[in-house]
Design a protein around this ligand. Sequence first.
Ligand SMILES: [Zn+2]
Length: 302
Amino acid sequence: MNKITYLFLLLFVIFIKDFFHFLDAQTKEKRKFDWPILTENISDRITSVFGESRWDHFHNGLDIASYYEPARAIEDGKLLYSRYAADDPFREEWGSGDTVWVDHGKGTFSAYYHLNPGRKNLTQSITKGQELGVTGNTGHSSGGHLHFVLTMDYVKKIVNPLLFLPKTKDEMPPLIGGLSVHVGDRYSNINTGDTINLSDTFPFSVYIQDSGVRKSQRWGVQAVQFSLNGKVLKESRFDSIRFIDGSWLNDDGVSFPELFFKDRYLVGNLSLPSGEHTIEVIATDFHGNTAIKSFTFYVSRI
Ligand SMILES: [Zn+2]
């Protein structure tokens, strides 16, 4: 290859790279969503985030405390679907309660759950900010709130809404609580310096929660990393979940039972030999606030 051809090739590669960056910037530009609830203090009103444990499944949306307020379309779109209990009063209500789904194009849909009975007269075309329904407490819900879901890739991927909606406030790093080892239905807490007797493989779990702007908020975190004696056991992020081969997996291919145990984060099912061990936990919230905690303890194998 002569120098001129080489130069052209190089310029072409630079051009292509810039062109794709340009496209990327354009798609991001187009996805300017608004909050589904209009309020001054949205961070204060978020009660649960995406990816938390709901005993046997991931929480797939964002919960916003709200009752009898307009639930608004986050972007222009088309009415995809709406389902109200009044449509079929003889069939049991679904967990989602009275629900509206909006199609925003290119495989992106948003959903608004637990709406108050009483459908709005919606036409097929939906404009950003339009009132889709009134927030309520229908379906599987304890207390008035909007469960908001954002999906992409024609519902093959459910994404974390906090990554796409306008920025929220979160000033507090996650709180890493106690480490526990579970034997059947019982568990013992492990503090640094403890000696524990083990005979087999047991689940080790840790309590982690994040507060946004108020200490009483108990959100999940965006990412966790667990290490044993300096070696990473598991890394897990919550940007999205996908349904693959019959189960929902998060961005690191981690399934629900691999990540949670009895509503706590599962460090791992560990078989530890006698001696000193250190478990390190790193937790990061959706705003990049990070907490690190290490537990060093001794195992006596029985
Ligand atoms: Zn929810």
